[in-house]
Write a protein that binds this ligand. Structure first.
Ligand SMILES: [Zn+2]
Length: 162
């Protein structure tokens, strides 16, 4: 995934998106829908050990691949931009990641890309939503000072990955 990111601001945007899903409890809401409040309460109260095994197994297989809804995606994008707007990072940088993803989507893609798309549906609406939010923020301009591309590339070179 890091190879589809070109600067620190984009990495911060993608991480912010993931953090937003957690903060907004999107996965918890999906779990409640899938398993029902009763089973979740049972897990917490510990009166249904066989369900704990089932649910845990699902967490690491099917559940992890459950798609976020479009509204969850939009909300996570919005929160990610809010987080970044209080930092020096350019808040719209996640769109660079989307652009690269949309190009890759047409061609051969690796497992991690497939996985990302199956859990984070990406469509043109998300990009236009981000552009609307940027306009509301007074259209900040991307520069090297708020993207930090060179320090990101330096970091990538130093990572022990291929
Ligand atoms: Zn997402």
């Amino acid at each position: 995934m890091l190879k589809f990111i070109d600067n620190e601001a984009t990495l911060a945007g993608v991480l912010g998106h993931e953090i937003a899903h957690a903060e907004r409890r999107h996965a918890t809401n999906r779990m409640t829908k899938q398993y029902g409040v009763q089973i979740l309460l049972g897990l917490v109260l510990g009166d249904n050990p066989s369900e704990i095994v089932n649910v845990t197994a699902n967490l690491f297989t099917g559940f992890a691949l459950l798609a976020n809804s479009r509204s969850d995606e939009s909300e996570a994008d919005e929160y990610s931009m809010k987080y970044l707007s209080s930092t020096t990072y350019y808040p719209g940088a996640i769109t660079y990641f989307f652009d690269k993803m949309l190009v890759k989507k047409g061609g051969a893609s690796g497992g991690s890309l497939e996985r990302f798309f199956s859990t984070h549906p990406l469509d043109e609406d998300r990009i236009s939503h981000i552009n609307q939010l940027l306009a509301m923020m007074g259209n900040p301009k991307p520069t090297e000072a708020n993207l930090l591309a060179s320090s990101y590339k330096k970091m990538l070179k130093e990572l022990p990955i291929k």
